[in-house]
Design a protein around this ligand. Structure first.
Ligand SMILES: Cc1ncc(COP(=O)(O)O)c(C=O)c1O
Length: 460
């Protein structure tokens, strides 16, 4: 174990006492996988829990411990775990065949649902992940404009491919992370998140910019929020300058509203990348948007207009299983108030947690938008009023909370039956009940008491 505040901690001892089965599996995993894990954000010290099954808003680990789950399949599960309509669609499809290596009718149904729900989606191309959707978005923008550079906002996450691998949690100076070519970094300009004046200056000062891509509610689903007016300002600027505006709605799509952030804020981008909820909890992504941009993928139009088409393959693009789950999930979202339910429950959770922080005298805050929540665990010991916390005013340092205290908070919450992501924060589904939310707030109270007893919470 490398993190000092986890050494000789009662929190760690309590965690280890209930997770012996997970510890044994982590030991095995360490021999197979780098760091014993298959996704960076699952790194947990001293080791992660191993989950056996899940239902609605809860999951159970291999030791039989029950957790209220706020990981939500990394945001893929707006409807919670095991929604019967989705499970039944998957069972039926598995029996009909999982991969035909051929076109199939459900992919059209799925594509039409996406077109009906997402305002920018004139046409659709399915991919296998959000990373792939963003990779294609940037390639389409470059092919369409004939320009080389793309602009991204610092700390906004767009997956792990080469063009977006730096400037997220490190390399804020724009230098490439290991394995990424310097030329790629040189053609990717990082703009400061939430700074419209500087973004305007960057876009107006270079006529070789093909696209600007952003998370439309701010870095990491609003962990560092942006002024929503930025969206309409960017719309006006990019239209004027012929720059492709790309919303990365991998998280916000079908979550912020059934039509994503773009429907909620009334700003339609040129291209939108989608994944997560899109495929109902199975792997899947899509790049959607203006037909005259996606036509760079079209054999006939390319031949007719005399340009070279962009190649695009992908064994699992629109595979029947993902299509089945996606159709089932999107149909429910399109015809119910699932978005509003998840948003309401998250609002209650943030409020109850902030009440706990006030009652316990903890200088932290729970904040977030829509169905997301974050804990600001105040690493620099600033003055915080939990009930009036403004993450935009704190600025970029709200992202600094990935700290030993945050890690210990996660463990303490797991000891009390709640699993959040390491940010620290989580995502609420429409299946989280009032009882789940109230139990979570009490777990937060118990966890903060454990941390206070170990001297990890500084007074306001
Ligand atoms: C905003 C955003 N964009 C892109 C991605 C990458 O998607 P995927 O994990 O499907 O490759 C993620 C994943 O968390 C994301 O949150």
């Amino acid at each position: 174990m490398t993190t000092s505040i986890l050494t000789n901690s009662q929190v760690v001892t309590a965690y280890q006492a209930k997770t012996a089965g997970s510890a044994a599996l982590a030991q095995e995993a360490g021999a197979v996988f780098p760091s014993g894990i298959t996704h960076d954000s699952r790194r947990t010290l001293p080791y992660a829990i191993y989950v056996d099954r899940a239902a609605a808003g809860r999951k159970w680990d291999v030791d039989g411990n029950e957790y209220i789950d706020y990981y939500g399949g990394h945001g893929a599960l707006l409807l919670g775990h095991g929604r019967p309509e989705v499970a039944e669609a998957l069972q039926a499809q598995a029996l009909r065949g999982t991969h035909f290596g051929a076109c199939h009718a459900p992919e059209i149904t799925w594509g039409n649902l996406v077109r009906d729900m997402i305002p920018s989606a004139e046409t659709v191309r399915f991919t296998s992940s959000g990373t792939e959707a963003n990779l294609m978005a940037l390639r389409l923008a470059r092919a369409h404009t004939g320009r080389a550079k793309v602009v991204r906002f610092t700390s906004h996450f767009h997956g792990w491919h080469d063009h977006v691998a730096f400037g997220v949690s490190n390399h804020f100076d724009g230098t490439p992370t290991p394995g990424v070519l310097a030329d790629i970094a040189a053609n990717t300009i990082l703009a400061p998140s939430d700074d419209i004046a500087e973004t305007r200056r960057i876009l107006e000062s270079d006529n070789d910019i093909a696209a600007i891509i952003l998370e439309p509610t701010g870095a990491s689903f609003g962990q560092l929020p942006i002024d929503p007016d930025l969206l309409s300002e960017l719309r006006e600027l990019t239209t004027r300058l012929g720059i492709v505006l790309i919303f990365d709605e991998v998280v916000t799509g079908f979550r912020v509203s059934r039509g994503g952030a773009q429907a909620h804020f009334g700003v339609t981008p040129d291209l939108t990348s989608l994944a997560k909820i899109l495929a109902g909890g199975l792997p899947g992504g899509a790049i959607v948007g203006r037909a005259d941009i996606l036509e760079h993928l079209d054999f006939d139009i390319a031949a007719e207009k005399g340009f070279e088409k962009i190649g695009h393959q992908g064994t699992y693009n629109a595979n029947p299983m993902s299509a089945a789950a996606g159709i089932a999930a999107l149909s429910i979202i399109n015809s119910s108030d699932a978005n509003a339910q998840a948003t309401t429950q998250a609002g209650k959770l943030r409020q109850l947690c902030n009440n706990v922080f006030v009652e316990e005298g903890v200088p932290w805050a729970s904040y977030g938008e829509f169905s997301g929540f974050y804990f600001f665990v105040n690493p620099d010991g600033i003055q915080v009023d939990p009930l009036n916390f403004d993450a935009r005013a704190v600025g970029h340092s709200v992202l600094k909370v990935k700290s030993p205290v945050a890690e210990k908070l996660r463990l303490a919450l797991m000891v009390h039956g709640v699993d959040i992501a390491g940010k620290p924060g989580g995502i609420v589904s429409s299946s989280h009940t009032d009882a789940d939310i109230e139990q979570t707030a009490e777990a937060v109270r118990a966890a903060t008491r454990m941390l206070r007893a170990e001297g990890d919470i500084k007074p306001n």
